[in-house]
Design a protein around this ligand. Structure first.
Ligand code: ZN
Length: 261
């Protein structure tokens, strides 16, 4: 059994592996919020007729573990305000103050706003709000990924699941499909890319190894140019696939029968 619990009434994250190994991460009492949780129960794992766990389930479980651990290590909006520069100085002014912020759901709420050198609000032409991570390494990695040297940062999702989440936590799936820290999806391919490592590096808490064999370039949108990022994925009310979207988006939705085929 693998069990990872966030104990809400106690500022302690406990990871328990097979009941004989423990990794404990202590966090300060200010956090009484969910950063990431994992819970796997052997009873709920389906086995095939050979008594083995299907490879697809194992792969999916690995993806979820990487994603949630990514949040716990620092890729979470509740942790951005604690980021530090390379000299160890806080990026967000201390002590923290509540300020009225425009949230991606359109509401204004009092929140502790991470520094503008970490997170910035932007709006689409339609008025839809979203936030971008603008830390230096993240900015350079995202510019290199799309081959667009004018990008300000990497966009976060603007459809967070929780009302408590004002800014978004996962990378935006429209731009970063299949990235390990994008909104969880059932994509078969999965890439722990330099983008997520760049954010961990910019937290000021880690040195990261971009040459690790676990780190892979996400092919989605790789080298696709600025238009891919800033223009709509489809034009003419979804009828036309522009040149920059070819091989990434389609205007012919897949149709499934009631049997899923
Ligand atoms: Zn997530």
């Amino acid at each position: 059994m693998i069990d990872l619990l966030l104990v809400r009434s106690n500022p302690l994250i406990r990871i328990m592996l097979c009941f004989d190994q423990f990794l404990m991460i202590l966090i300060i009492p200010l956090f009484i919020c969910e950063i990431g949780t994992l819970s796997f129960c052997l009873e709920n794992i389906q086995v095939n007729f050979e008594g083995k766990v299907p490879e697809s389930q194992i792969i999916q479980a690995k993806h979820m573990i990487v994603h949630e651990l990514g949040h716990i290590l620092g890729i979470h909006v509740e942790l951005f305000k604690f980021f530090r520069d390379s000299f160890g100085n806080p990026l967000t002014q201390r002590p923290f103050n509540l300020t009225m912020a425009e949230c991606v759901d359109g509401e204004r709420r009092p929140v502790i706003m991470p520094s503008c050198s970490t997170l910035r609000l932007h709006k689409e032409i339609t008025g839809l709000a979203y936030y971008e991570v603008v830390t230096p390494t993240v900015r350079q990695v995202v510019r290199n990924h799309f081959d667009c040297q004018v990008l300000r940062g990497a966009r976060l999702e603007n459809q967070p699941k929780s009302k408590m989440n004002c800014f978004g936590t996962n990378w935006d799936q429209r731009l970063f499909l299949m990235e390990a820290m994008s909104s969880p999806a059932l994509a078969t391919d999965f890439y722990l890319s330099p983008l997520s490592l760049a954010l961990l590096e910019d937290s000021g808490w880690y040195h990261v190894n971009y040459t690790s064999h676990h780190v892979k370039t996400n092919p989605f949108g790789h080298g696709a140019g600025c238009d891919f990022v800033v223009k709509p994925c489809l034009l003419e009310r979804g009828l036309t696939v522009p040149r920059y979207s070819k091989n990434y988006f389609c205007n012919d939705p897949l149709k499934f029968t009631s049997l899923g085929k």
